[in-house]
Design a protein around this ligand. Structure first.
Ligand code: ZN
Length: 242
């Protein structure tokens, strides 16, 4: 069994299609999505449709799915960020917005894998797991050997009982008795200085996770952002990968 695990797509259609064709080339059997399908980039409707048609085995709700799927006010948002949320809400059908807001915050598949967007200790408060210290609180609520998460847009493997593998890891083999939190990186807005789309494959029988980076047409994604009058910063950062 081989899973493709990916998230933080953020309405980047070019990155999403590049990742899915690479996953197909790698002959994955199933998909898992760690959330944040929308936000920042210019193709929320198309990305929601692709993910819904793909029918991942698990898909959890990210903070941007929450902002776009609900009518919650956006305290603490700067005006530009709030405008992206309003724009995204307008692009989506009522039915897509309902689907987004009803996604679960976390899920466990079988007995060995947990999926969450942000943290397991307070999943709806959208805290960040940036380092081993911040991973500790989440580990206390992880009852499976492996958890996949997103939100930081930075690939990493935290081992509760071992060393951390940062974003340049190619693969990680799980050791018995250990506990892992793995960030698959971001499909549509990488922030680790590498502008290629990121995702991981997971082979439970081999206890192996592999990180993949995929080039995509950044210029087209940027052009769509500018044509939609979304913030220039959203376009610029795609090229920087930060
Ligand atoms: Zn995100």
């Amino acid at each position: 069994m081989k899973y493709a695990i990916f998230g933080d797509i953020h309405a980047n259609l070019e990155a999403l299609t590049a990742v899915l064709s690479e996953a197909e080339r790698l002959e994955v059997d199933k998909y898992i999505c760690t959330g944040d399908i929308v936000g920042y980039n210019a193709d929320p409707r198309e990305c929601v449709k692709i993910i819904r048609d793909l029918q991942p085995e698990v898909i959890v709700r990210g903070n941007h799915d929450d902002y776009a799927g609900t009518d919650i006010s956006l305290p603490g948002f700067n005006p530009q960020a709030a405008n992206v949320v309003f724009w995204t809400r307008n692009q989506l059908s009522a039915e897509d917005r309902q689907w987004l807001r009803e996604l679960p915050l976390n899920r466990t598949t079988g007995s060995s894998t947990t999926i969450v967007h942000a943290t397991l200790d307070t999943p709806g408060r959208w805290g960040y797991v940036f380092d081993k210290f911040s991973a500790t609180a989440s580990f206390n609520y992880q009852f499976t050997p492996v958890c996949f998460f997103g939100h930081t847009h930075t690939p990493v493997v935290f081992d509760k009982f071992g060393s951390t593998k940062n974003g340049d890891f190619k693969e990680a083999i799980f050791e018995p008795g250990h506990k892992y939190m793995i960030n698959a990186g971001s499909v549509g807005q990488p922030r680790d200085g590498d502008n290629r789309a990121a995702f991981v494959t997971y082979e439970p029988e081999k206890k192996k996770v592999s990180l993949h980076r995929v080039e995509y047409d950044i210029a087209i994604a940027q052009e769509k952002i500018r044509k939609s009058n979304l913030p220039e910063r959203c376009a610029e950062r795609l090229a920087r990968g930060h």
